[in-house]
Design a protein around this ligand. Structure first.
Ligand SMILES: Nc1ncnc2c1ncn2[C@@H]1O[C@H](COP(=O)(O)OP(=O)(O)OP(=O)(O)O)[C@@H](O)[C@H]1O
Ligand SMILES: [Mg+2]
Length: 245
């Protein structure tokens, strides 16, 4: 039995620029089921980050609606106030930003404990322990006390992934989460994501410009010039059959 988790209905986003209006997303419709690992592939400038920023409510849409199933209640995330939306995002969704957005004055471990301490989901002692486990998961435990400026870009990206998982969110939205990683580390992160989906029932929406990853998602889509294309659905039975081949 599949459960509808997120629905995008005719979502458009037009940026106003000095040179005029620029349509970055055009009437995107997408239904995401709980437990899917969705990959959206597209070239630079295709609208991938814009699309994710509509799904996570970080940016306002121009028209359309994004609704999310929050324990049986359908909520239209762009109708919430900014504060409500930030609270909702903090407890329901982990976000990996393309530019990481780590807080420069906090150590790596503090960057990861912060969302847990804000949500009060974990006792402070447990949040520190959990942050350390997450740093281990991304193979950075020995750097825990460093500031973000003193680690490499790929290491910062892995901290951003660990932070997105801090509150154990049901949904992970990740913008090019392997973009700064070498292929071995990228494979490890991809395995972590697959495990979250197959063993913990998480839902992941990830964008990438790496066409090589396309066959690895449970559902794969392409975005070009702000339009979402060839959205093919695959059932878990199909997936099992494909893996056996
Ligand atoms: N704030 C903005 N103001 C005006 N135009 C913007 C803004 N943000 C993005 N755009 C434009 O919208 C289009 C889509 O941008 P977006 O960042 O979503 O692309 P992307 O697919 O994530 O690209 P990349 O792979 O380079 O990250 C681009 O043409 C971009 O120039
Ligand atoms: Mg982008």
């Amino acid at each position: 039995m599949s459960t509808h988790l997120i629905e995008l209905r005719n979502v458009s986003k037009t940026y106003s620029t000095a040179a005029g209006d620029f349509p970055a997303l055009r009437e995107v419709n997408l239904t995401i089921q709980a437990g899917e690992f969705i990959g959206i592939v597209g070239k630079s400038g295709a609208g991938k980050s814009t699309l994710l920023n509509m799904i996570n409510g970080v940016d306002q849409l121009s028209s359309g609606e994004v609704i999310v199933n929050d324990n049986g209640n359908w909520i239209s995330i762009h109708k919430m106030s900014e504060d409500q939306r930030a609270l909702w995002r903090g407890k329901s969704m982990g976000v990996v930003y393309q530019s990481f957005q780590l807080l420069p004055m906090l150590s790596l471990i503090e960057n990861i404990t912060l969302p847990m301490d804000l949500s009060e989901n974990f006792h402070p002692r447990r949040s520190r322990e959990r942050a350390m486990e997450l740093l281990k998961l991304v193979e950075l435990e020995e750097h825990a006390e460093k500031l973000p400026a003193f680690i490499s870009g790929g290491q910062q990206q892995r901290v951003a992934i660990a932070r997105a998982l801090a509150n154990d969110p049901a949904i992970l939205v990740a913008d090019e989460p392997t973009g700064s990683l070498d292929s071995v580390t990228a494979d490890h992160i991809f395995d972590v994501f697959e495990h979250l989906v197959s063993e913990q029932g998480k839902t992941i929406i990830m964008v990438t410009h790496d066409m090589g990853l396309a066959g690895k998602f449970s559902r794969n889509m392409t975005i070009a010039d702000g339009e979402l294309l060839n959205s093919e659905t695959e059932t878990s039975a199909d997936r099992t059959i494909r893996r056996r081949k």
